[in-house]
Design a protein around this ligand. Structure first.
Ligand code: SIN
Length: 309
């Protein structure tokens, strides 16, 4: 028995009449209608389904991640259910997948999928993705690998998956094969009603230092710096970052490039009291920091979490 949790996305998208059909609206088609359009689903597994959200994933918030986590935990506790498939928009799919990867211990498989084409497209990719996700969640291959994602005939582990292209069926890629992924679940005991606010600050030529103060004044408890190159901090930012650090705000150096940001390699992280993202891209480093702050991790524990492969 595979339990489907639907959250919206292009997989549930339909042409938007308000745009004269030139654009579509994500998260419109209900899960029952989506399942009815998947040939071979009934032969692949027994299916139950729940519509927990109906969002375009650009509008997904950390509160929504907690709603999804609660639904997965409930489904995992149900002895009749063997695996869970989550239908999700592709834009922030990698964020939800990584959040769940860190908060779910090894156990019944959890597989996310979505679509690049809306449900009413003549060559919609959603039905094939959904069927592949159900098959992966039903088999033994998914066990022990943590949260997985299936798109366009390929499986990915949640930690290394990124949406690398804006369009095309092959929008997703990962630096590591899913077969070597392993469950994390370091925050399996997470029991909160909200997550601490962490903002991402983009580094670019001439980026104003006042952005730092704006985030801190507005309540950020952590800042992820999505910097150029190997996490290069603009000199003009140093006074603002030191002030924020002295107010207890966690500062984390990440890069807008692919590849690792190595501790103390391009900045005095020890001296400044900064964290580094390792090979995590800024949106995923943000999630790790939010969970570490929520769980009152020490700086050393947070750094170890970020550097874990
Ligand atoms: C969304 O992320 O909800 C819309 C885009 C998509 O699913 O591809």
């Amino acid at each position: 028995m595979i339990h489907i949790l639907a959250t919206g996305g292009t997989i549930a998208g339909e042409a938007d009449p308000a745009s004269g059909g030139s654009r579509y609206k994500a998260g419109v088609r209900p899960v029952g209608a989506l399942l009815a359009s998947v040939p071979g689903l009934a032969e692949a597994a027994d299916i139950s389904a729940e519509q927990i959200l109906a969002l375009d994933s650009k509008d997904m918030t950390p509160s929504d991640w907690l709603v999804i986590l609660a639904a997965v935990r409930r489904a995992r506790r149900d002895p009749a259910i063997d695996g869970i498939v989550i239908l999700h928009g592709t834009d922030t799919l990698e964020e939800t997948a990584y959040f769940l990867h860190l908060t779910l211990p090894a156990g019944k498989p959890v597989v996310l999928t979505g679509a690049m084409r809306p449900a009413d497209h003549p060559q919609a990719d959603g039905p094939a993705n959904l069927l592949a996700a159900v098959r992966l969640a039903s088999g033994s291959d998914a066990r022990g690998k943590g949260v997985l994602v299936v798109m366009n005939g390929a499986a990915h582990g949640a930690r290394h998956l990124v949406k690398a292209r804006t369009s095309g069926l092959d929008a997703f890629e990962s630096a590591e094969a899913w077969t070597t992924a392993r469950a994390d679940g370091r925050f399996a005991d997470l029991d909160v009603t909200s997550l601490p606010r962490v903002d991402i600050l983009p580094g670019y030529a001439g980026a104003p230092a006042r952005l730092i103060d704006a985030c801190v004044t507005d309540g950020a408890r952590g800042l992820v710096l999505a910097l150029a190159g190997h996490g290069s901090v603009p000199a003009a930012w140093l006074p603002g970052l030191r002030l924020a650090r002295d107010q207890g705000v966690a500062i984390l150096r990440a890069s807008r490039c692919a590849g690792p940001v190595t501790r103390n390699a391009n900045a005095d992280d020890d001296g400044e009291g900064w964290l580094t993202a390792g090979d995590l891209p800024p949106p995923k480093a943000r999630i790790a920091l939010m969970l570490a702050l929520a769980s009152r991790f020490s700086a050393a524990e947070t750094q170890a979490l970020l550097l874990r492969p």
